[in-house]
Each structure stands twice: as structure tokens, then as C-alpha cells.
Ligand binder design. Sequence first.
Ligand SMILES: Nc1ncnc2c1ncn2[C@@H]1O[C@H](COP(=O)(O)OP(=O)(O)OP(=O)(O)O)[C@@H](O)[C@H]1O
Ligand SMILES: [Mg+2]
Length: 247
Amino acid sequence: MEEFLFSHLDQYRSVWRMAIDNAVVLRLENVYKQYESEDCSPVKVLKNISLTVKRGNSIAIVGPSGCGKSTLLNILGSLDSPTSGNIQLDGQELANLSEPELATVRNQKIGFIFQSHHLLPQCSVLENVLVPTLAEKGKASFDAIERAKQLLERSGLEHRLTHRPSQLSGGECQRVAVVRALINQPSLILADEPTGALDYSNAEAMTELLVKLNLEDQATLIVVTHSTELAAKMGATYKLQNGIFES
Ligand SMILES: Nc1ncnc2c1ncn2[C@@H]1O[C@H](COP(=O)(O)OP(=O)(O)OP(=O)(O)O)[C@@H](O)[C@H]1O
Ligand SMILES: [Mg+2]
């Protein structure tokens, strides 16, 4: 009897694992985005974008400057809403969530690496990295501080923990922003030009870190990039042009 139960438990586990592995993290259906302004005609940026991203996928979004890559990434991360179309994150329709609910989803599930790093100028490197961990208790835990120090060390910033952003180079600020995005162990990482301000060897190290997080932690990774090296390391590349994905 015990043997029978255990053999079925194994089967159940493998079916469950397959279900998790194939889980859809993000689904976009017929997404349009246009920016309205009073003094000029509307800017139609995204025109009918559909995309399905499964857990653990890594995706590069490429395309010329101004084609809408950052716009798309902001919409994927619920920082901006589409003019029309549907977006589901882990099966939840984002349009049905209130702003506080969206803020919780963003804080718990998504790590953002912005094109401009948005570090807090009055805070040290370590404090900046710990900001996303403060939402629940208002105070960083011992584990969070240890993880922050480890990630900063892996990014070559262990000697800059008490520096303020004004005392760092552009590339160092970008590395701090990347570490801040990873501190809550997000299941979805959205990165807008994560290697844009880095020299060759730091860009390589950052690419390696992102790929490792994707492979080892099964974090789903979506990067917007002009770097062919980074795009080549992703599982799939989508080219955005004239508001649609070109095949
Ligand atoms: N708030 C806004 N109001 C009006 N137009 C906007 C606004 N934000 C972006 N745009 C326009 O939308 C288009 C897409 O901008 P976006 O920042 O998404 O481009 P991008 O592909 O990320 O470019 P880059 O590679 O230079 O970062 C651009 O033409 C831009 O001028
Ligand atoms: Mg951009």
C-alpha cells in the first residue's frame, strides 16, 4: 500500500512540476498604446501587441530608438496602462486591480531595472538596495542586508556600500539599480538597457549575473537592449518596429 501511494505521489509531483514549468507568467492580448497631448497629434506607439511569456523564459526586446520598447516594458510591469488590450500577470487581469493591489504585485513579484537608474540621492548604496524590502515592516531584515551585501559583492561594489549615488560613476549607479531590482528575489525581472552604461567587462559580468538568476532561480527575464551580446544570451528575441513585433 505504502509503495503504491509513494509511486502515485511521485507521479503527482512530476505532473505538478510540469504544470509549474509551463505556467504562463505574462499574457498580452491586442495591446495598443497611444500618447495623447493637447498641443500635438496623438503618438501611436504600440499597435496590436500580443505576447505569451512562460515561467523561466528569457526574452530580449530589440528595436530602434523611439520604437516603444520602454513604453512596452512599463506596461508589462503595470507602471503604465495600455490604451486598449488585456494584460494578465500570473493569471490576474491587471486592469481589475486597484493601485494599492498593483503596488503590492510590483513589490512582491517584479524587479525593475530602469533605463535611468532612479537611485535616491540622499541614501547610501546599501540603503538604496534595501528600499524594496521596506514595504512590509519598514525596517530591513538581517537576511535582506546579508543578501544585499552578497549581491553587491557579486557586482563588484563591496567597497562602495556607504557611498552616495553622487559619489559613483554612471556604470556603478546602474549596477546598484540592478542589485536593488534583485533584492526581493522577484519572479519576473524587467530590465530596460541593463548594460547600457557599462563598459565591456562590467556589461559581461552583468549579463552573466542576469543569465544565472534566470537559469538558477528560474526568474523570468525580459530585457530591452541594443546589445547584440546580451540579446544572444536570451532564449528568444522580439524585434519591435512600427508598433508591432516583426518576425
Ligand atoms: N509621455 C509621453 N508623451 C508623448 N509621447 C511619448 C511619451 N513617452 C514616450 N513618448 C514617445 O513614444 C515613443 C516611444 O518611446 P519609448 O521611450 O518607449 O522608446 P524606446 O524604444 O524605449 O526608445 P530608446 O531606445 O531611445 O530608449 C517615442 O517616440 C516617444 O517620443
Ligand atoms: Mg527606452
